[in-house]
Design a protein around this ligand. Structure first.
Ligand SMILES: [Zn+2]
Ligand SMILES: [Zn+2]
Length: 400
């Protein structure tokens, strides 16, 4: 994204066009350390369960295992996903630290590592090269195959990271991620287990087995939730919703709603199974989190109505995205004309996107705008496309 500043106070032109010269990356390297750790943890868990089966360990150790799974899961869903990746709400420092610690126990990388890849996933959903866990590369690959590779993500430079770099909690957790994860995930369970005289049972179940639950339940969001289920809001990508997944993932099952990724809920209905949302609401009532963001009801209803009609009648006479680019009846500008427009309007924010000039001044700070321009236009957002269409003021042609 390039930026040109003119004498006006906030005037800027943001160039958000996609690079068209991206060369295909070569075969990615195998990520040996990651793969070996992942496989060894599975092996250790199976050996541990063989020698310390559930009926031979203290019940408190099994309760701890369940809690360790759920708490790390909420660290991922509430913290890594909704707070940090999508900025769906803001949180007090204490909450951010707690979520960073819990998320570390999920052994899914640091917040920064996770969020950057997740933002790539949203921006290039289903793209076999640029989506880190593209469902189009197969169920196994999107579930866990991708973690055995260490590709260079060419489009990573287009992904917003300033907010992550600014946050001291994110910086600290990124720097000391390995010792933090090992302490919270592997050292705490046997220490707690000493309280009821079962450190080894606690380590096996709350340290090792719960790790497998955390991993595979989260991975199901990338695999199963892009494979099987309902699509009430969008069929522009493979994301789907299903209740089993919601039960296993702290409420991330309504994955088709990630057409509205900035929303702190995974669905608009209060009673959709979404404990992560209920936790955020509870923290909000306690004054610990604030700035909760919701998709515009109008956009959600539009998306749902569109999908309902499509299911009902098979085809639609009019789709919000069917309008051809060649139908543009307005003015065509070149860079000189654009700069002239900008100079006359101090304080305007002009965006150049996909060959169109957009005046987004009225949308600065608006949720829909931030969501659509989460480091660029996310691929799967029919409603965002609709909003962008409304803001067009001219078509752009270099040297016109
Ligand atoms: Zn997804
Ligand atoms: Zn997401």
């Amino acid at each position: 994204m390039g930026e040109r500043n003119s004498p006006g106070p906030i005037v800027s032109i943001h160039l958000l066009q996609m690079p068209r010269d991206s060369s295909e990356p070569g075969t990615p390297q195998i990520w040996w350390s990651n793969g070996i750790f992942f496989l060894l943890t599975h092996l250790a868990a199976f050996v541990g369960v063989y020698y310390y089966p559930a009926w031979q360990v203290k019940r408190a150790s099994l309760v701890l295992a369940f809690l360790a799974w759920q708490l790390a899961d909420f660290g991922i869903t509430v913290g890594y996903h909704r707070l940090y990746s999508h900025k769906a709400f803001k949180a007090a420092p204490g909450v951010r630290v707690a979520l960073a610690l819990l998320g570390s126990a999920g052994f899914q990388g640091s917040i920064k590592w996770w969020c950057l890849r997740h933002r790539l996933h949203h921006r290039y959903t289903d793209d076999p090269v640029h989506d880190p866990y593209a469902a189009t590369n197969g169920l196994f690959y999107s579930h866990m195959g991708w973690i055995f590779y260490k590709p260079t993500y060419e489009r990573m430079k287009l992904i917003e990271r300033d907010d992550l770099d600014r946050d001291p909690v994110v910086r600290f957790q990124h720097e000391y991620y390995v010792p933090i994860a090992l302490t919270v995930g592997f050292a705490f369970p046997p220490i707690f287990g000493c309280l009821w005289g079962d450190p080894i049972g606690s380590f096996v179940w709350a340290g090792l087995v719960s790790r497998l639950f955390i991993w595979h339940c989260t991975f199901l969001v990338n695999s199963l939730a892009h494979w099987d289920g309902l699509q009430p809001y969008s069929d522009e990508d493979t994301s789907r919703g299903n209740l089993i997944l919601a039960l296993l993932t702290g409420g991330e099952g309504n994955h088709n709603f990630h057409a509205f990724p900035h929303d702190f809920r995974s669905g608009p209905a209060f009673f959709d199974w979404d404990p992560s949302k209920w936790i955020i609401i509870a923290l909000h009532r306690l004054g610990l989190v604030y700035g909760l963001r919701r998709a515009k009801q109008e956009d959600v209803s539009d998306a749902a109505r569109y999908m309902h009609e499509k299911h009902q009648y098979g085809t639609l006479s009019e789709s919000p995205t069917d309008e051809s680019e060649d139908d543009w009846q307005g003015e065509i500008w070149d860079m000189d004309r654009l700069e002239k427009y900008q100079q006359g309007k101090p304080g305007k924010c002009i965006v150049l996107l996909d060959e169109f000039v957009l005046d987004v001044t009225s949308y600065l700070g608006d949720h829909t705008f931030n969501w659509a321009f989460h480091g660029g236009l996310n691929k799967h957002s029919r409603a965002a496309n609709k909003t962008m269409r409304k803001l067009r003021i001219a078509r752009f042609r270099e040297g016109h």
